[in-house]
Design a protein around this ligand. Structure first.
Ligand code: AMP
Length: 187
């Protein structure tokens, strides 16, 4: 299973992505998590991305694409993978097509978690309290929504056209949403 998990900020991509990856026995690759760990460890990459992330902006495509290309070349992705938070722009989606074509593989599914606006803002403010993420203050949250709408949401139409978009209602308990996802993916 080679898949993406998509959805607006706070839709539960990280939580569901980890579980679904585990259920399918494939690695979960979260570009946001990789960036955060680089920021925490103060690596060269971390220094480049920390200010960008704090503002809710996107890390440049060139940086992100190289990171994903390297990660997908690792042997643990052979049985499949779940990408969380990538691609986020049309150029990233095009780059992913090239990476996968070079590897001789294709995407099987793009899982879209559907959750509406106000619910998400509330969830994210709650998560900010629990996790203390630097990019979870109100201004950044608002900016991340704008960026999502402008840059990332258009990707859904692209994958819908390809017939691999699987939309799942993301509202509800974690276990409940997980059941919906597994049911939709195994259909
Ligand atoms: P996430 O954990 O997916 O919400 O990502 C957190 C932050 O990391 C985003 O707001 C961006 O600043 C950065 N980021 C993660 N994935 C990408 C990506 N594919 N392209 C650009 N920036 C990204």
């Amino acid at each position: 299973m080679r898949m993406l998990i998509m959805g607006p900020p706070g839709a539960g991509k990280g939580t569901q992505g980890k579980q679904v990856a585990q259920e399918f026995g494939i690695p979960e690759i979260s570009t946001g998590a990789i960036f955060r760990s680089n920021v925490a460890n103060q690596t060269e990459l971390g220094k480049i991305v920390s200010a960008i992330m704090e503002k809710g902006e996107l890390v440049p495509d060139s940086v992100t694409v190289d990171l994903v290309a390297d990660r997908l070349a690792q042997p643990d992705t052979e049985p499949g993978f779940l990408l969380d938070g990538f691609p986020r722009t049309i150029p990233q989606a095009e780059a992913l097509d090239t990476i996968l074509a070079d590897l001789g593989v294709q995407l099987d599914a793009v899982l879209s978690l559907v959750v509406s606006g106000e619910t998400l803002i509330q969830r994210m403010l709650k998560r900010a309290e629990i996790e203390g993420r630097a990019d979870d203050n109100e201004e950044t949250i608002r900016r991340r929504f704008e960026v999502y709408t402008a840059e990332t949401e258009p990707l859904l139409a692209l994958y819908r056209e390809r017939g691999i978009l699987v939309e799942v209602d993301g509202l509800g308990e974690v276990a409940e949403v997980n059941q919906r996802i597994v049911a939709a993916l195994t259909k």
